[in-house]
Design a binder for this molecule. Structure first.
Ligand code: ASP
Ligand code: MG
Length: 406
């Protein structure tokens, strides 16, 4: 007997028919002789609606009451699924976050899980029940309902799988796995059988919206085997696993892009020690995250240009902050540019292969695409290019690294 945590996202529980379909999926897992706990999201669209109610009543709302409101979407689906399971003859009961309990810190609307008491769930499973848990929610030390941030029920599921020492955490969604690239852009994208935690983490934080980034971090830290699969089709999904489990390591496993970047060039900053610190200090103070950075060496030993990227949503604020410090920083002017995209190639195989970056630069050059900024990490190379080249660049790289499906 294996212990499985299944998680169903909003589209999988979007209406009564789909909830009944989920119940049959749970039944199939139980019929295989497994012990099953299920984590559910709110029905699709419901959380957005609840968020809107809060904003309409009070734009600057009390986050504790916001959490009381938005957590209710998952309460509904947990009860409905428990009913649907009972209807097909499976003993089942629902658990809210506070009933489990899922303990979180008090950072309302973006709370972090501190620990999970698995005792009540263990008892329920011991009685042969299916435990249906409302995802996305927990309870703080002061006894208030908290939520984990949008997309947080992935994290609920992985955390519960860790607490229950589950053999696997199956995340059912509306795509059937993790692809080498966004299939909407690259028709030749292939579904991956397996991907490492580290690669998945890069993909998730670069905008491949299959899993909440924090859930991947949690899976990696607790070595939870995660499978991403479709709740609408009966096909194997993608397993997110430890590197040791992957025998044939691809040099590059996937290509991701993010349109969420904006670029700022600070023109003619004085070339002396401490300048970078005095530029990035005020940005840090304003809570603005800087991602890629390039600085040129000055030709005259006097002044140089410094270019970096921030999230698109932060561009205006970043420009304002730097303008306020123009006198002290002593630069000539700023050039903001929103018309950029960050394209990244990701793969753990990069650690042991040479020439990976060169292949990227060559493919882009052959397509006449100019690289504006480059950054690298151990398993990732990212470049910033003009946004209009997104599709062309992504497809060219997909082919260059041999990822196209036959
Ligand atoms: N219902 C929440 C949301 O829409 C949590 C989730 O679906 O993961 O963000
Ligand atoms: Mg989701």
């Amino acid at each position: 007997m294996a212990r499985i945590v299944q998680k169903f996202g909003g589209t999988s529980v979007a209406d009564v028919e789909r909830i009944k379909n989920v119940a049959r999926r749970v039944q199939a897992e139980v019929a295989r002789g497994n012990q099953v706990s299920v984590v559910v999201s709110a029905m699709s669209g419901v959380t957005n609606q609840l968020v809107k109610y809060c904003n309409d009543i009070a734009p600057l709302h009390d986050p504790r009451e916001y959490d009381a409101v938005v957590a209710s979407g998952e309460q509904v689906t947990s009860g409905l699924l428990a009913l649907a399971l009972q209807e097909i003859g499976l003993p089942a009961r629902s658990f809210q976050g506070w009933q489990v309990a899922v303990h979180t810190d008090g950072a309302h609307a973006k709370a972090r899980i501190l620990g999970i008491d698995a005792q009540k769930l263990e008892e329920s499973l011991g009685r042969g029940e299916v435990a249906v848990i409302a995802g996305f929610q927990g309870v703080s030390d002061s006894g208030r309902i908290t939520t984990l941030g949008r997309g947080g029920s992935d994290t609920s599921a992985v955390a519960l799988a860790a607490a229950l020492k589950a053999d696997r955490c199956d995340i059912y969604t509306d795509v059937d796995g993790v692809y080498t690239c966004d299939p909407r852009i690259v028709r030749k994208a292939r579904k991956l059988d397996k991907i490492t935690y580290e690669e998945m983490l890069e993909m998730a934080s670069l905008g491949a919206k299959v899993l909440q980034t924090r859930s991947v971090e949690m899976a990696m830290n607790h070595r939870v085997r995660v499978q991403v699969l479709s709740s609408f089709e009966d096909v194997p999904g993608t397993l997110v696993v430890d590197e040791d489990e992957i025998v044939e390591k691809e040099v590059v496993s996937g290509i991701a892009y993010s349109r969420d970047e904006a670029k700022i060039t600070v023109v003619r900053v004085p070339d002396r020690p401490g300048v970078a610190a005095s530029i990035f200090g005020p940005l840090t103070d304003a809570n603005i995250n800087v991602d890629m950075i390039v600085q040129n060496i000055s030709e005259d030993g006097q002044a140089t240009d410094l270019t970096f990227t921030v999230g698109k949503a932060d561009l205006e604020r970043a420009v304002k902050v730097l303008s306020q410090h123009k006198e002290t920083l002593g630069y000539s002017h700023l050039i903001p540019d929103e018309n950029v995209v960050k394209i990244s190639v990701i793969g753990v195989g990069m650690r042991s292969h040479a020439g990976v970056a060169q292949r990227m630069f060559k493919a882009l050059a052959e397509n006449g695409i100019n690289i504006q900024v480059i950054s690298t990490s151990e398993i990732k190379i990212s470049v910033l290019v003009a946004e209009q080249y997104t599709e062309l660049a992504v497809r060219a790289l997909h082919t260059a690294y041999g990822l196209d499906k036959a």
